[in-house]
Structures are given as structure tokens and as C-alpha cells.
Design a protein around this ligand. Structure first.
Ligand code: LRH
Ligand code: MN
Length: 432
């Protein structure tokens, strides 16, 4: 089997050769179509090429559920190998230059060496993620009954210190944000005092907030349920926003698309958080029922488009304090994680491009005139336009592949990893 390095610029250039003329024809045709709508395709392509989304380090290994995990071939065995796979995703899509780490899953003795390894691969680091939803071997106090909101101040102190350690590691890596998601909550009515649990949360988060460097942000991630199945301390965007506004200007709300009940209007939540100037960022994924962590845009692409429509409206309105951090947060149980992460990053670019080509002046007129049907049709036209040539051209303009999945498969990178990374295939349950 012939191996090629899919991160190599020459390999990517040669892989693009056979697709170049078709792309040129499709791009020209779409350009003519958009020109008729008064839209410059090159302007859209330039903006799409600037779009960036961070890769979750925990997403490059095969994920699982509580019922089991079916490891794939050549899984990364440590954070250094995870970064090598993240570099493949970035080189082929030209859209994912940063990685979001999870501690202690990515803990290493030498974060400076990790930073240098990443830099050599052309990668940097986005938000750090703390983990006080699992107990680690040798951990003095258990998080079984909570962490930052535990009734025992010693457990809360242990969880606060863990978050402060994540900030310390992040400073070495050049990260500028800490994402705090906790599973704290109750399984039964009566188990916890809903008000006091929230007060303990604010007290603990205030201690973590104090440890944030001046140029850092803290992202509060809400989630409706799981692992708590009756009440979760930070259950919804309202609790998250109240906490952010209480903690201070460096605290923001992070929207994980899978953390809402089915049919919740997430784009409305985004619009409100933009208004409150507390939209910190996203964990993009998709879901049909619960926190399914499926590939972004795979179940509800129209919903993803509507979220990006709110982001484009905010961008055009120059909304104050608006610089959302885009991250993927997915669990790849039955696909090659590298392929899923590449196509998911592209689905975000697709939703962004579709939102960018909406004819906003016309839309505004229909809205003001209450021409409901034409307003809805004008917005939908962005979604129904095939922007694939723009996405491919944006990749090529940054040295990426016209067809990333084909280039990846033809390189036999996975097969090479299977040979180079023998061993480690734990079958247990759980997302990683
Ligand atoms: C919780 C969550 C959180 C991560 C974890 C891996 O469901 O979305 O963002 O810490 O997944
Ligand atoms: Mn998440």
C-alpha cells in the first residue's frame, strides 16, 4: 500500500489537479448566479476562508456510549498523536488551526514540548476544558455528588484547584479561555436545594474567575440533563447568563447545540446572548433526541444555518463584545473521526456561506412590510443555494484540498497509523 502524508502541501496540490477544472467551471457558474443577486462571490469566498473552528482533542479518538465503544484502527494513544491527526484535518480543510484540550485526558508532563509539537504541526490551542465530572485514580475526594457545587467545601476547593491548574497549563500552551462544564445536579426531587446549589456554584466560579489572566475568557457551558437526570445546576442559558453577569466581564456563555431539549429555538438563544453581549462561543454538533454529539449539520442543517444567520446579523450590525469562539464537540462512534471532523468543519463553513449570501436589504424590506412569505423565502434562498464551489475555492485559496475526504483516503493515513500505533484498544463504555 502506498502511503502519502496528507499534510504535505505537494501531496495536496497533486490531489487537487484532477478536480481543478470542474471547480473552476462550477465557481464561475455560481459567481454569475450570485452576481444577478448583487453578491460578489469572491467577497464571500474570502470571508469563508477566514472562518476558523477548533477541533476537540477528544474527538480524534473513536467515541462510544455507556453501552460500549468500538475502537477504530490506528487510534491516537496520547495527546501528541492526537495533534498529528488534528494537523491532517487542518491541512486538508484549511479551517481548523486550533485544538481545544481536555484535562486530565490530555495531561502531559511537558506542556512546553506539547506547544512546540503543535507549532511544528501548524497548530495552536483554543479553550481549555476542565473535568470535574469524573474521578481520577488517586483523587482524594469524589465528585459523585458534585464538584463546584458539592455540599462539602473540601470537594469544592479540590474542583476549583483543578480549574486553576487548567488555566496554568493553558497559559503555557498559549490558550486564552477556560470552558467550565459541570455535570453537577440531582437525580431526584429533594436531593438538592436548587437555590443553594446555584449559590455554591457562583462562589466556586468566583474563585476560578479570580485566577483568570487579564486577557482570558471563561466559558460557562449549560446543559439540560445528563449525567443528572432531574435537575442540573447550570441547566439552561438563563442560569448560564445569570452566572456570567454575576461573575464579571470575562465570563461568557457557551452554547453546545446538543444541550437543549428537542425543538428548542437555539437561534433565538443565540440572538439573546448576542444582545446581552455574553455570547462566548459554541460547541457545534448535531442531535435528534438528546446530547447525541453527532456530526454538525448531519441531522438539522437548516437549524445550523439559522444559527449562522444570527451570527451574520450580529457581525453586520457590529454587535459589541461579539467574538464567539467556534469549536466542535462530537463523539464519532461509527465513522473515522478525521473524516467526520473534516466534513463537520466544512458544514459550518457551508452554513456561514449560506447565511452570508442572504439578500439582507430585500429581506429587511419584506420584514418591514410584513410580507411574511417573501421574507421567509428570501432567507431560505440562502440555504437552498449550493455553495459547495465557494467552500472548495476557500480551501484551495489557503492550500487545502478540493476533496479532503478523497485526499485523506488516498493517502492511506489511517492504515499507516494502524501499523504505527499498535495496541491500545479499550472496549469499555463512555465517550472516550
Ligand atoms: C458535556 C460536553 C462538554 C465536554 C464533554 C466532553 O456533554 O459537551 O463540553 O466537557 O461534553
Ligand atoms: Mn460540549
Amino acid at each position: 500500500m502506498n502511503f502519502a502524508d496528507p499534510r504535505d502541501a505537494n501531496y495536496i496540490a497533486s490531489a487537487n489537479k484532477s478536480h481543478a477544472s470542474a471547480l473552476a467551471a462550477d465557481y464561475t457558474a455560481l459567481g454569475v448566479q450570485l452576481q444577478r443577486r448583487g453578491i460578489s462571490i469572491d467577497e464571500i469566498t474570502r470571508k469563508v476562508a477566514e472562518f476558523r473552528v477548533a477541533i476537540p482533542s477528544w474527538g480524534v479518538g473513536t467515541g462510544g456510549t455507556r453501552f460500549g465503544r468500538f475502537p477504530g484502527q490506528g487510534e491516537p494513544r496520547n495527546v501528541f498523536e492526537k495533534l498529528e491527526d488534528c494537523a491532517v484535518i487542518h491541512k486538508l480543510t484549511a479551517a481548523t488551526p486550533t485544538v481545544s484540550l481536555h484535562i486530565p485526558w490530555d495531561r502531559t508532563d511537558d506542556f512546553t514540548a506539547l506547544r512546540e509539537h503543535a507549532a511544528a504541526l501548524g497548530l495552536g490551542f483554543d479553550a481549555m476544558n476542565s473535568n470535574t465530572f469524573q474521578d481520577q485514580p488517586g483523587q482524594p475526594l469524589s465528585y459523585k455528588f458534585g464538584s463546584l457545587t458539592h455540599t462539602d467545601p473540601a470537594v469544592r476547593a479540590q474542583a476549583v484547584q483543578h480549574n486553576i491548574d487548567c488555566i496554568t497549563f493553558g497559559k503555557t500552551l498559549g490558550s486564552h479561555a477556560l470552558t467550565v462544564w459541570i455535570g453537577d445536579g440531582a437525580n431526584f426531587p429533594g436531593q438538592s436545594h436548587l437555590g443553594r446549589a446555584f449559590e455554591r456554584y457562583l462562589e466556586s466560579m468566583a474563585s476560578i474567575y479570580k485566577a483568570l489572566p487579564a486577557d482570558w475568557r471563561m466559558f460557562i457551558e449549560h446543559k439540560m440533563y445528563e449525567p443528572a437526570f432531574y435537575a442540573t445546576v447550570i441547566q439552561d442559558w438563563g442560569s448560564s447568563l445569570m452566572a456570567a453577569q454575576t461573575l464579571g466581564p470575562k465570563a461568557f456563555c457557551l452554547v453546545d447545540l446538543g444541550h437543549h431539549a428537542p425543538n428548542v429555538n437555539i437561534e433565538m438563544i443565540v440572538a439573546r446572548l448576542v444582545h446581552a453581549q455574553r455570547l462566548g462561543g459554541f460547541h457545534f454538533n448535531d442531535s435528534k433526541y438528546g446530547d447525541d454529539d453527532l456530526d454538525a449539520g448531519s441531522i438539522e442543517p437548516f437549524r445550523l444555518f439559522l444559527v449562522f444567520n444570527e451570527l451574520v446579523e450580529a457581525e453586520l450590525a457590529k454587535a459589541p463584545n461579539f467574538s464567539p469562539a467556534h469549536m466542535l464537540d462530537q463523539s464519532h462512534n461509527v465513522t473515522d473521526p478525521i473524516e467526520s471532523l473534516m466534513t463537520s468543519a466544512i458544514e459550518l463553513q457551508r452554513a456561514y456561506a449560506q447565511a452570508l449570501i442572504v439578500e439582507r436589504t430585500r429581506l429587511h424590506e419584506y420584514r418591514i412590510g410584513n410580507d411574511v412569505l417573501m421574507a421567509a423565502q428570501t432567507l431560505k434562498r440562502g440555504f437552498t443555494t449550493d455553495v459547495a464551489p465557494i467552500l472548495a475555492q476557500a480551501r484551495v485559496s489557503r492550500g487545502g484540498a478540493i476533496d479532503p475526504v478523497a485526499a485523506y483516503r488516498d493517502s492511506a493515513y489511517r492504515q499507516r497509523c494502524a501499523q504505527a500505533r499498535p495496541g491500545k484498544q479499550s472496549l469499555g463504555g463512555g465517550i472516550v
